[in-house]
Design a protein around this ligand. Structure first.
Ligand code: GLU
Length: 408
């Protein structure tokens, strides 16, 4: 299994080599400022105590407070969290928000916990990490399997423990009416489509409106991406969740799929579509492929079988360096995660800013700002991609590394 931190490092090394970046600074960026592991005792509903393990990794804060989500997943581990915090530093620099990179995680399958257990776990995590975070120090947010409700518990716990006057700004991705921002829920998915729009405008991969698209995932990110892509004129033909996927090459009715998932708890057996596995989805005869769930899904084993003309990474780290090399050889452009999914943290910045300045922005304002900011990021990356005749990923790394190094 590819180690995601090794992947992250090799991506940066490639950019450093091509753009001849300062070696000492790169050596610093390959390291992590701080990474902590904590144990979280939780009283379970059956009266027994269970100890959970959590992590917070703070990669680099040259450009501002550490910033990045907290994920709840049974496979969370230190190398993954470190890689994810590393990617956050670069993502925040690409989309040009004044934050560094951080990430957290807890080893848990949250679907096996009751609401009460989940709340005690979330508050317990904050009890362990609160001295290390704060609105001007480290600002967590949701990630895989975490949401606004969890942020609400965490921010409340942080406020109780510290009495910080700006406690609200210590977490982003909060619910509306609880300090959250309009547009934050849609931000990652919509942001990805704003970038995708630019890619289409520039004929990347020869993709045009009316083309087909397969998305891995149907969570907070992929569902909003699918919705906006369909509105733009693309045909969404395949979707998946952790249990498997569905395909209908004539197109899927997204509202009906969402309703089916709500009723049955999964996408499986959706009427009018064929069940497929998550790996089959990646190899479908579609024009656009959007890996929007977890890392390491496009590898040396399947990259050659991918038929898409353009890949948009909405998950963090879905492509291994070996797969990247295969796509580059086959001239399949890959819009990298640190650009494509930066809409979420971009609106997190708007949320943090509103909290810090007691402002409330409209959804229209937020989405308009996001569109401008993320499209500019695309233009900046595209320029470097052309200048160095390299991949979009390496272009994005060069842009980000130069911006971070300038502040180190
Ligand atoms: N978890 C999201 C990401 O990976 C958002 C992070 C944030 O808003 O801080 O980009």
């Amino acid at each position: 299994m590819t180690n995601p931190f090794e992947t992250a490092k090799s991506q940066l090394m490639q950019a450093a080599k091509i753009a001849k970046l300062d070696e000492d600074k790169i050596e610093q960026l390959l390291a992590t400022d701080r990474c902590v592991e904590v144990s979280i005792p939780v009283k379970m509903d059956n009266g027994k105590q269970k100890i959970f393990t959590g992590f917070r990794s703070q990669h680099n804060n040259a450009r501002g407070p550490y910033k990045g989500g907290i994920r709840y997943h049974q496979d969370v581990n230190l190398d993954e969290v470190r890689a994810l915090s590393f990617w956050m530093s670069f993502k925040n620099a690409v989309v040009n928000v004044p934050f560094g990179g951080g990430k957290g995680g807890i080893i848990v399958n949250p679907k096996e916990l009751s609401a009460g257990e989940l709340e005690r776990l979330s508050r317990g995590f904050v009890q362990k990490i609160y001295p290390l975070i704060g609105p001007e120090v480290d600002v967590p947010a949701p990630d895989v399997n975490t949401n606004g409700q969890i942020m609400e518990w965490m921010v409340d716990e942080y406020k109780n423990l510290t009495g910080h006057p700006k406690a609200l700004a210590t977490f982003t991705g909060k619910p509306l009416g609880k300090g959250g921002s309009e547009g934050r829920a849609e931000a990652t998915g919509f942001g990805g489509v704003y970038v995708f729009e630019e890619a289409v405008k520039n004929s990347l991969g020869g993709v045009v409106k009316g083309n087909t698209m397969a998305l891995q995932g149907f969570g907070n990110v992929s569902s909003f991406f699918a919705q906006a892509a369909q509105k733009l004129g693309f045909k969404v033909v395949a979707l998946s969740d952790s249990k498997g996927g569905i395909v209908n090459l004539e197109g899927l009715d997204l509202d009906a799929v969402a309703e089916h998932k709500k009723q049955t708890g999964s996408l499986k057996d959706f009427a009018g579509a064929k069940n497929i596995t998550n790996s089959e989805l990646l190899e479908l005869p579609v024009d656009v492929l959007v890996p929007g769930a977890l890392e390491n899904v496009l590898t040396a084993d399947n990259a050659d079988k991918v038929k898409a003309k353009l890949i948009v990474e909405m998950a963090n780290g879905p492509t291994t360096p070996e797969a990247d090399a295969i796509f580059a050889k086959k001239n399949i452009p890959v819009i990298p995660d640190i650009l494509a999914n930066s809409g979420g943290v971009c609106v997190s910045y708007y949320e943090w800013y509103q909290n810090m300045n007691n402002e409330v922005w409209s959804k229209e304002d937020v989405l308009e700002k996001l569109s401008k900011q993320i499209k500019q990021a695309f233009v900046d990356v595209y320029e470097l991609q052309k200048k160095y005749n390299t991949t979009f990923r390496t272009g994005a790394y060069i842009l980000a590394a130069e911006r971070i190094i300038a502040k180190m």
